[in-house]
Design a protein around this ligand. Structure first.
Ligand code: AMP
Ligand code: MG
Length: 267
């Protein structure tokens, strides 16, 4: 059965309705490789125009449980794009200085400049996810944040930033395997922390918090995409396709050059 990447605005999102292992049609790991390469090659050309145009920007927000593949997605979809036109920002636990400001202060400061593609590896959504699950602020405060977030994203969109939000949806079993793989592989162990096990115990709380964030912040100006992410290749195929489509819709143009260049010869 076909599974949409988006949900109708205003409808209650239940993650159980979205299969993390879903694959559309006849796609295979092999056929995805060519398509991903095509997607990123075309995105590279369009990103070059976006940079030259220097008017608008794209902000790709990546959220997902531990091991959902935020890092891997960034590696794939940004491959080949001029690093000078990319801004990739990971959000960790806020510093003391950041905590001395409102929760959007550090976020606004990290928004991509005109001409750029920015990626948030985690984002302002942590302030209604980890913060809610661990009661880091009173409920009355985090409850008000969904509306703050919608207003903030509207401000960005009206300022010429296309906000593309992707939730990388993995199953609990897939997470178990990926965490175990991190433990077992000496090259991956650095990514593992004992706290990951504690967080995993809160899986259900996180899923409820995600469902609310996906429901309340699914807006016309910045809708959520729910990316089936149990297969890494399918996740990469999907996100690279969304980025390409976004660039195609923006259709960036080279700026108009000075007049009188046609007959000019450099001596
Ligand atoms: P990682 O993405 O694995 O490097 O981990 C970053 C950690 O920072 C995660 O455990 C996040 O939940 C945490 N984090 C990010 N933003 C916030 C926030 N606003 N408040 C508390 N913890 C956060
Ligand atoms: Mg981690």
């Amino acid at each position: 059965m076909f599974q949409s990447l988006t949900a109708p605005i205003g409808s209650k999102i239940a993650l159980a309705d979205f299969d993390p292992g879903y694959v559309e049609g006849e796609w295979t790991k092999k056929s995805s490789k060519t398509k991903i390469a095509e997607n990123t090659a075309t995105s590279r050309q369009l990103a070059y125009r976006l940079y030259a145009e220097n008017q608008r920007a794209i902000l790709l927000v990546l959220q997902g449980m531990d091991t959902a593949g935020k890092d891997g997605t960034i590696r794939t979809v940004m491959t080949g794009i001029n690093p000078q036109s990319c801004q990739i920002v990971p959000f960790k636990q806020p510093s003391h200085q950041e905590l001395d400001h409102d929760f959007l202060w550090r976020i606004h400061n990290a928004v991509p400049r005109r001409g750029n593609i920015g990626i948030f590896n985690r984002s302002h959504y942590e302030d209604v996810l980890v913060v809610r699950v661990h009661n880091l602020v009173p409920e009355a405060e985090w409850r008000g944040r969904y509306e703050r977030i919608n207003d903030f994203e509207k401000l960005l969109v009206e300022g010429g930033i296309t906000v593309v939000k992707c939730f990388l949806h993995v199953s609990k079993e897939e997470q178990r395997e990926r965490l175990q793989a991190r433990l077992d592989n000496p090259d991956k162990r650095w990514k593992f922390s004992k706290a990951d096990i504690e967080e995993r115990r809160l899986w259900e709380d996180y899923q409820r918090a995600y469902e609310d964030a996906l429901t309340y912040c699914n807006t016309v100006h910045a809708p959520w995409h729910i990316i089936p992410s149990d297969r890494k290749w399918y996740r990469n195929l999907t996100v690279s396709g969304i980025l390409l489509k976004t660039l195609q819709q923006l259709d960036p143009q080279f700026p108009v050059c000075e007049e009188g260049l046609d007959d000019l010869v450099v001596d």
